[in-house]
Structure formats: structure tokens, C-alpha cells
Design a protein around this ligand. Sequence first.
Ligand SMILES: [Zn+2]
Ligand SMILES: [Zn+2]
Length: 132
Amino acid sequence: MANFEKLLKRLASDFPALNFKASKRFSYRKDTITFIPTSDGAPLLLLHELAHAVLSHSATPKIIDRLAVERDAWEYVKNVLAPKYRIAYDEDFAHKHLVTYQNYLHKKSLCPKCRQPRLETKPGKWHCSYCI
Ligand SMILES: [Zn+2]
Ligand SMILES: [Zn+2]
């Protein structure tokens, strides 16, 4: 927890354009990063959201591209942010996070009515060819 506070202070001074806010989840939107200070792996997750910010992942891509974006963010944490801020990178933790995300994406890509794969025509817009 003490380490997390320290990291947070450093990030806030290194990235003055970003707002850091304690919240109920980890997210990055516009110029605000939210985080759960007491979460397992909070420093890595905070760096992960920061990676989204630094890599300008602000636009919401289609679900099919989301996993690549997630992978990019973890790569950036591993290669740049974790060494820079001396946070131990945990490959298993990142992997688990990606798998969870992958499952979430898979669920989302199924039509809620017929459970068949549906098509995302625009970010957030879905089309199921079985349920027209
Ligand atoms: Zn992410
Ligand atoms: Zn359907």
C-alpha cells in the first residue's frame, strides 16, 4: 500500500496532464485513470491503465481489436513502465488478466438471444444474422 501511494505520487508528477482517481475499477477514459488502491496487483494494473493513456488507446476499438490493444498495453508495461518505476513485472498476472479479458470478449461477441456469434459492425453496434 505504501509502495502504491509512492508510485501514484510519482506518476501524478510525471504525467501532469492525467488525473488519477481512486474508484471501484481500473479504467482509462479521456484524461482520467481510475484505480482500486487495495486491489491485488494494484501497481501493475495502474501501470497498465497508464500504458493505455501513453499509447493513446482512447478511441474505443471494435471488440475484435480490443485484445491486441490489451496485449500492447501489457507489453508496454513489461518493457517500459515496470522497469522505469521499478515495479516487478508478473507475467502470470498479466496473462491471467488477458485470459479473463478474452473470455469477456468471447461472451460479448455472442448474441444474447440465440447465443450464436454475432458481428460488430461499428464499435458497440452488433448485428446477429440469426435474429433479424
Ligand atoms: Zn487494459
Ligand atoms: Zn441472435
